[in-house]
Design a protein around this ligand. Structure first.
Ligand SMILES: N[C@@H](CCC(=O)N[C@@H](CS)C(=O)NCC(=O)O)C(=O)O
Length: 203
């Protein structure tokens, strides 16, 4: 299989972490795609131009981080990231949705600050910075949920890649006032799969 990524993408990072956590490194070739470039050769591989994108062994391509993670997770017949038991499923999805909502805002913010200065919108930046503060407050409360502890699942993976987007956003300060979130993040960020996939610092 081939997994197209960019080193800074938190969505691609989720798929890369599942590859490592599931021991699939020898089966999945990681390829850096050239995104956001006029006429990039990558658009012939994936017309949307987004990462992550997984080309399965049968040649079929999959888009969307959650779909790709679920596919990689079930390859060995023992999915661990997706919470599929009836009593956990909706809580798992609810928490994953909350984390993804925060991440979607951060990536809009991140895109804004990588544009040329004269194209950046202070209104968009303020809107996303404010949203991230509200969501960090929300997560300081939700982090006590039982599903946010124990074996790594999609909700935890999504939130960890959200908080772990900080090197890309110099003004994203989620730690002050959120001690429980700090304690939660520390051991997850230290996992080899997270260390190996850290996004590069924004300059
Ligand atoms: N909903 C998608 C989002 C993927 C996404 O937005 N990827 C960004 C990188 S963080 C991208 O490839 N951007 C390139 C572009 O917009 O052309 C997912 O979860 O996989």
């Amino acid at each position: 299989m081939k997994l197209y990524i960019t080193p800074a993408s938190p969505y691609a990072r989720m798929a890369r972490i599942v590859v490592i956590e599931k021991g699939l490194e020898s089966r999945v070739e990681i390829i850096a795609a050239q995104t956001r470039l006029a006429d990039s050769p990558y658009y012939k591989v994936n017309p949307s131009g987004r990462v992550p994108y997984l080309i399965r062994d049968d040649g079929v391509g999959l888009e969307e981080s959650a779909v790709i993670c679920a596919y990689l997770d079930q390859l060995d017949g023992k999915p661990i990231f997706d919470l599929l038991t009836a009593e956990q499923e909706w809580e798992g999805r609810r928490l994953e949705g909350l984390a993804r909502s925060m991440l979607d805002g951060l990536t809009v913010w991140g895109r804004e600050i990588t544009r040329p200065k004269n194209e950046q919108s202070p209104t968009v930046i303020r809107h996303e910075a404010d949203r991230s503060k509200r969501m960090a407050d929300l997560w300081e409360r939700e982090i006590d949920h039982a599903l946010m502890h124990g074996s790594l699942n999609m909700a935890q993976l999504t939130l960890a890649c959200t908080l772990g987007f900080e090197p890309r956003l110099p003004d994203f300060h989620w730690r002050p006032g959120h001690p429980k979130l700090c304690d939660w993040f520390r051991p997850i960020a230290a996992r080899p799969s997270f260390v190996a996939t850290m996004p590069p610092q924004h300059h």
